[in-house]
Write a protein that binds this ligand. Structure first.
Ligand code: FES
Length: 370
């Protein structure tokens, strides 16, 4: 009946027909308006996944593709793409009247969300009882099947053998053994497009960084990270991992959620040339932003300086250095002591609330339509 309709003028047909897909506001509701083969259609502008702006995506045939993580909804029915029809966003009746496009807000179909099994990483971090757990992370790259001596990894191996000998649980991950994608910049679209678990991890079951996330968030109390110095900085694999860890830090900002509780970290940094302190500073800064704690003297390092190009001697010096091995063992002891202090409840949990430097205020965000 006419009285049940609620037509809202969303703009001039001439202007709206110029784009295949666009976002418009109908009162306070975001809509994705499409124009194809001479016909308009309207669906909700808020994606079922985590609220991405459908009207800012792209039109692929009759499907609107979300710009955040590429879910698709039929431009007229609002249903998900074939196989995902149970996921549907509201669809609206439209009509053209006197050169204006009108949308009947009362005609909205129901939003349907197909239940999606939560990713295993999404569970609440809960420390199981047991000894201190030490994760060793090597960020050294080398050729598959052709191992070479790595100074940072040799010291990491020493540290991890010591951790096991102390009765700690010890696990080493070598990043080069994992196939994982580079961060693709979901955060750059919107802080809310950067999800936990990582959007790539959720979309791509072949991506193996889930092993690192699992160990960092759910298993380890202590992280010992080892890196060579490459051009005055940590290794490229280190940065490839760190960029993917933005989703952990971002939870502080968008959800006031502190994923890394009672964790301590130490670093092993070695290189033929220098910049130990610059490399350590970057690593300390990043892990501090994640809420990780450090023991006194949180890194050990070795380098011989700018003019030391005789790398054979560099590897020999590290291989023969009892002082460096002793340093690696001491680093584990200090990190484990710091973790034990936190695990045993010396630091009140409230002290960590709103700990992220960007979490002191709520981010304004686009409305999510029901
Ligand atoms: S696909 Fe739309 S918000 Fe993720």
């Amino acid at each position: 009946m006419e009285s049940e309709l609620d037509w809202v003028d969303v703009g001039a047909v001439e202007a709206l027909a110029g784009r295949a897909l666009q976002q418009v506001m109908a009162r306070s509701t975001r809509l994705a308006i499409t124009y194809r083969d001479g016909r308009f259609a309207a669906i909700s502008g808020a994606c079922n996944h985590v609220g991405g702006p459908l009207g800012e995506g792209r039109l692929d045939g009759d499907y609107v593709e979300c710009p955040w993580h590429y879910w698709k909804f039929h431009r007229a029915t609002g249903e998900g793409e074939p196989g995902y029809e149970d996921d549907a966003v509201p669809a609206y009746a439209v009509k053209v009247d006197d050169g204006r496009l009108l949308v009947d807000m009362a005609s909205a179909t129901k939003r349907r969300k197909k239940p999606h099994a939560a990713h295993p990483l999404a569970r609440t971090p809960q420390r199981d009882d047991g000894p201190v757990r030490v994760l060793g992370l090597s960020t050294t790259a080398m050729t598959d099947g052709h191992p070479r001596f790595s100074t940072s990894e040799a010291l990491l191996d020493e540290a991890m053998a010591h951790a096991a000998a102390q009765g700690f649980e010890a696990r080493t991950i070598r990043l080069r053994d994992l196939k994982f994608r580079a961060c693709e910049g979901f955060y750059s679209k919107s802080a809310h497009a950067c999800t936990w678990p990582c959007s790539i991890t959720q979309m791509d079951p072949t991506d193996e960084l889930d092993q690192v996330y699992e160990a960092l968030v759910h298993w380890a109390d202590v992280y010992i990270l080892a890196t060579p110095i490459r051009w005055g900085a940590a290794s490229s694999l280190y940065f490839k991992m760190v960029e993917r860890m933005n989703c952990i830090q971002n939870q502080e900002t968008v959800a006031n959620r502190h994923l890394l509780k009672n964790k301590s970290a130490g670093f092993i940094i070695t290189g033929g040339q220098d910049n130990v302190q610059g490399t350590a500073g970057q690593m300390l800064g990043f892990f501090a932003e994640l809420g990780v704690q450090f023991p006194q003297f949180p890194y050990i390092a070795h380098s011989r300086g700018w003019s030391a190009e005789d790398m054979e001697n560099n590897t020999r010096i590290v291989a023969e250095s009892e002082a460096l091995r002793e340093g690696a063992r001491g680093l584990v002891d200090r990190c484990a002591a710091m973790a034990a202090l936190m695990i045993h409840g010396q630091i009140p949990a409230q002290a960590l609330v709103r700990g992220g430097r960007k979490a002191h205020r709520s981010l304004p965000r686009a409305p999510r339509e029901g």
